[in-house]
Design a binder for this molecule. Sequence first.
Ligand SMILES: [Zn+2]
Length: 253
Amino acid sequence: MSARAKVNARELLEKYSIKHPKEMNIRGIANEENLMIKEEDTKGHIGRIFIEGDAGIITIDSKIKEEGRKNFTIGHEFGHFRLAKEREFYCNNSDIMNFWQHKNHEQESNIFAAELLMPEEWIKQYVKWKGEALETLEEAAVMFGTTLSSMSLRYAECGKFPMAVIFSQDGRVKWTKISEDFPHQWIENGQKVNDYSKASEFYKGKDIGKEKDDILADAWFAKDRNFEKGKYFNEQNVAMKRLNAVITYVWEL
Ligand SMILES: [Zn+2]
């Protein structure tokens, strides 16, 4: 299923001869593909789509401020239009944030949006490591016109510099994405955020800032088979108070 989503997105990139993130105009492509885009109060959904034959209407929540979030939401709804047979979808924040959930249509729409906005070759070619995760990924998200969270996942998947991306909520790990070349591959979903991690301080009500910090491997990788006592990593966090969640980046010192 994910292969189908990827192929479908690549067909669009080819059809419109888009070769660089700056050339990507997702609204323009959506319009060319018979999709009208509206912004209004969606009453709790982040985006929705009504499909009628070979045309459709995408509505995104007018409360979304960031251009990148608007674009990724349009990409997600576009994915429903290209991939599903159903006539309508109502998508909430967790459909779009929680990449690895098992609701198939939501997952494949996210894969489609990621492939359309952040093709693997572009990530490899245009995203340069800046010495720390946040600066690298924030700049890349702006260049590609997408969200920090979707760029983080995509970079861990196919970027050049190995890292682990961990999304935790309410003090527990919800999902992780770890580069193939990173020395540890195992963090259990659902595990409590460990007291050795800087992210754990957020769940104790502290302001954790955005600076990188040294942390012991115990913070995240105690259950991994390559775990080494006394080894340090860099950790950097983005706290999201409204969701009671943190995106954590971990990379080697
Ligand atoms: Zn959806």
